[in-house]
Design a protein around this ligand. Structure first.
Ligand SMILES: C[S@@+](CC[C@H](N)C(=O)[O-])C[C@H]1O[C@@H](n2cnc3c(N)ncnc32)[C@H](O)[C@@H]1O
Length: 241
């Protein structure tokens, strides 16, 4: 191994202990690990989101989105990928410019149970246990697809995003919140073994998926904005078949 010049203390250490190469590599949770972890987190999830100010930040994001997006009279079909306890769907419905029909998919039965308990009576969502990388949705069947803090869990986030794009109508919207490359984001990443995104890499992910009018910004002011980015894009209007 090549010897490099170090401060005297490090030189002494490398002389004594030999040279070391330390590598940190992220191993994403596999499906069984993710289900176990999220099933355990389900009961406390919504309270934790509230303490971080995330539901308010989701609300502000959808307000911005609907200020620029005027769909037809509705119902506005929304697919929430990795719906968790339903906070993203709830904020979507509260700010939508038309009546909504919400569907949600999640790997975790406990998370889906929480979503059903919280949203069942009001939004009557259609909930499905499954993996977003193999959506059963027909091509072009949703006006809007969203994923809040889900894509960064996947070994390759592009795989999940490709399915979201496929399920979205031409000219429809795709919206994601992604853990940000920042100190608080790094702590989340260590705990959940997620990818981290910068504004540039978030935009690049969406553009590589064929989305247009791509915009990325911090999720909000304060902690949500330090933790997460929000990215939006549209599916192209031309025929994609
Ligand atoms: C960080 S939580 C976010 C939950 C919710 N979107 C929110 O903002 O509170 C990620 C969610 O994605 C789910 N999930 C993880 N990998 C998934 C996959 N491959 N397909 C579907 N859901 C998945 C987890 O079970 C969990 O509910």
């Amino acid at each position: 191994m090549t010897e490099t010049s170090h401060t005297p203390a490090i030189h002494l250490l490398t002389r004594t202990l030999g040279s070391w190469e330390v590598t940190l590599r992220r191993h994403p949770l596999n499906r069984a690990q993710a289900v176990r972890r999220y099933d355990a987190a389900g009961p406390g999830w919504h309270g934790a989101l509230g303490r971080l100010g995330v539901p308010q930040a989701y609300g502000a994001l959808w307000r911005d989105v609907f200020a620029a997006y005027a769909p037809g009279p509705g119902p506005l079909r929304f697919l929430d990928c990795g719906i968790g306890t339903g906070a993203f769907s709830e904020a979507f419905a509260a700010n939508a410019s038309a009546p909504v029909a919400v569907s949600g998919i999640d790997l975790s039965p406990a998370m889906l149970g929480e979503a059903q308990a919280r949203l069942g009576a009001t939004l009557r969502p259609s909930l499905c246990l499954g993996d977003i990388r193999a959506l059963e949705a027909e091509t072009g069947s949703y006006h809007v697809t969203g994923a809040a803090h889900l894509l960064e869990h996947l070994a390759d986030p592009a795989d999940g995003l490709a399915e979201m794009v496929r399920a979205t109508k031409p000219g429809g919207l795709v919206v994601a919140c992604l853990t940000r490359a920042s100190l608080p984001g790094a702590l989340i990443s260590m705990r959940w073994r997620t990818h981290l995104f910068t504004l540039r890499s978030a935009r690049a992910l969406f553009e590589a998926a064929g989305l247009v009018d791509v915009r990325a910004r911090p999720l909000g002011p304060g902690l949500p904005g330090r933790l997460s980015l929000a990215v939006t894009g549209r599916t192209p209007l031309e025929d994609r078949t």
